[in-house]
Design a protein around this ligand. Structure first.
Ligand SMILES: O=C(C[C@@H]1CCCCN1)Cn1cnc2cc(Cl)c(F)cc2c1=O
Ligand SMILES: [Mg+2]
Length: 565
């Protein structure tokens, strides 16, 4: 490809609102251009990378016998009303009306569509297990699109769906997909950890996320050094190492603690450790008042709490509700005499405590020497705490390490939620009607490209992993008027193009411009044809090399084969 013909508008500086490095580089390198908030055009350089990633996906899906298809982007609301999800997603769903006033939407994901078009056509167990996938543009009206392709409002997703007659078949399909995903990320040069993840509103208990470590990531994962435990912090479990020596129950006493509205202040004021304080937070779960207790040195994990409460909406009571319901402001709420609570849920760490401090349900008053069962009850104990870095993991009891990461994939064992609500039954081998069992699987393809850049930054640009690099070889000629250089450059372009994607920088630009642009293209191998062409010498450089090295033409092929395969 001649660079003089390759539309690649580079920028010296990225716009100030681009904060993520991958966003800055994709703008500066002319990979993408924003059309409107969170919506991008993929220019030739960006599109080449996108197509390479999609090709890897197509090969790996082929390898597990999962055929590709594509669903419409424009969907009827009726489909989502049938599954009961139309009203569940608010502003994030792109809704529109067609000319006949029919409610429609731009697909944010396609569980309903695959249930309608595929699951409803599977009448016999003999037709399963079956899986299909698409690489398709999704629309989600993110409130704050940011970081370029990391969080856009229109993005490319690989989404696949599996259909099974039995749980065992689903388990197998899930493992096949997980294996294929690990190969896809590996070939795309994106380091990922498969982690235990929250299934959110998708039903089913556990799902697996593929998390790519990167400083810009919005997620945190907890892993141990042996790699035998990895979970999204929303779900991570840790062993509580604190043990309080048993004590005789002392007399319950009420104490004034004016202005002590944080655990640290309270601990200081009463001269007790935070582990002798039990925090009480009032939650409104759907319409239930749930008092949640946790030891003073721990934090409530609201995703875990949500699983325990099994409610659609879980939120903390606001200041007014707090006073109205409990009679106390924040910090003074407690479990003693809390008859207003529909339920009292406590983290497991509250169980083996003696003579603790709890709110007296009166602003600025606490009880000391409160004891479980004598002074207050707990309806349910559960792990609702956020794990802390350094605490032992639940598998090998090794210290948990936290890593900031980007969610680039998420796979779910959906079960029968969609097929039950939308009526996709099949006849099993006993002729009994049963709902098809589904799985759904996804990779954020455009997000994955940004993750690849975040993981392969160089001082002045990108070091693309070779399988998704926009070009494998970047030929740079120093002086376009030099006949010898042109002759060699054109010879190399012709020969190398038979085996590799070659970008030949034939522009009349100064060397500095050419090299700066080459840093942004980030091809695994840069070959410079300059003064020494007449001696049969060129320079080669990888994006991660500090500087170029000279090599004679006769050694070039062997070096390229070693470098690029
Ligand atoms: O998309 C998934 C689950 C899996 C992920 C892998 C590929 C198949 N889908 C979860 N999710 C996320 N955001 C959404 C936003 C809107 Cl507006 C919506 F209507 C639905 C969803 C939604 O269902
Ligand atoms: Mg997810």
């Amino acid at each position: 490809m001649r660079q003089s013909k390759f539309f690649m508008p580079t920028l010296k500086e990225a716009p100030s609102d681009a904060v993520a490095k991958s966003h800055q580089l994709m703008l500066r390198g002319g990979y993408i251009r924003q059309v409107t908030a969170g919506v991008y055009a993929y220019l030739p350089l960006g599109y080449r990378v996108l197509r390479k990633a999609e090709n890897i996906i197509e090969e790996e899906m082929n390898n597990i016998n999962v055929p590709e298809m594509i669903m419409p982007h424009l969907l009827p609301a009726t489909l989502w009303q049938e599954s009961g999800r139309y009203k569940k997603y608010g502003a994030e769903m792109f809704k529109l009306q067609d000319r006949h006033g029919r409610e429609s939407l731009l697909g944010p994901t396609h569980e309903e569509t695959f249930t309608e078009i595929v699951a409803k056509n599977l009448k016999s167990y003999k037709q399963m297990p079956l899986a299909l996938y698409q690489i398709q543009t999704k629309f989600r009206d993110e409130n704050r699109p940011r970081f370029g392709l990391l969080r856009g409002r229109e993005f490319v997703m690989l989404d696949g769906y599996s259909f099974a007659a039995t749980r065992e078949q689903l388990d197998e399909q899930f493992d096949d997909q997980k294996g294929a995903y690990l190969k896809i990320f590996n070939r795309a040069g994106v380091t990922v950890h498969p982690v235990i993840a929250d299934s959110g509103t998708m039903g089913g208990k556990n799902s697996t996320e593929f998390q790519a470590p990167a400083a810009i990531g919005e997620d945190t994962i907890a892993t141990n050094e042996k790699g035998t435990y990895a979970a999204n912090l929303e779900m991570a479990k840790s062993i509580d190492t604190f043990k309080q020596e048993p004590e005789d129950a002392k007399e319950l006493t009420k104490v004034a603690t004016p202005g002590m509205d944080t655990i640290d202040k309270l601990a200081e004021f009463l001269k007790v450790p935070a582990t002798r304080i039990v925090k009480s937070i009032l939650y409104i779960a759907d319409d239930q008042k749930v008092l949640v207790l946790i030891r003073g040195d721990k934090e409530i994990n609201e995703v875990k709490l949500g699983h325990v409460l099994d409610a659609d909406e879980v939120r903390t009571a606001n200041a007014d509700e707090l006073v109205e319901i409990t009679g106390s402001e924040k910090g003074g709420v407690g479990p003693i005499g809390a008859d207003w609570a529909d339920k009292i849920v406590a983290d497991e760490t509250v169980k083996d405590l003696y003579n603790v401090v709890v709110g007296a349900n009166e602003t600025d008053y606490q009880y000391q020497n409160a004891n479980l069962n004598r002074d207050f009850k707990v309806d349910e104990f559960a792990d609702i705490r956020t794990a802390n870095e350094g605490e032992p993991d639940p598998v090998d009891h090794l210290p948990l390490k936290f890593t900031t990461s980007i969610e680039v994939g998420h796979i779910f064992k959906l079960g029968t939620y969609y097929t039950k609500t939308m009526g996709a039954d099949f006849l099993d081998n006993n002729g009994k009607a049963k709902p098809v069992i589904m799985g759904s699987y996804g990779i954020g393809v455009t997000r994955m490209l940004s993750a690849a850049v975040e993981q392969h930054l160089t001082k002045n640009g990108i070091a693309w992993p070779k399988e998704i690099a926009p070009f494998a070889i970047h030929l740079i000629q120093m002086k376009m008027k030099d006949e010898t250089q042109t002759e060699l450059a054109e010879k190399l372009e012709k020969e190398l193009s038979t085996k590799y994607d070659v970008l030949y920088d034939d522009r009349n630009e100064r060397p500095g411009v050419k090299f700066n642009d080459a840093d942004l293209v980030g091809a695994p191998l840069r070959i410079t044809i300059g003064r020494k062409a007449k001696d049969g010498i060129v320079e080669v450089k990888r994006p991660t090399d500090e500087k170029a090295t000279e090599i004679s033409i006769s050694d070039l092929d062997a070096m390229i084969t070693k470098e690029l395969g």
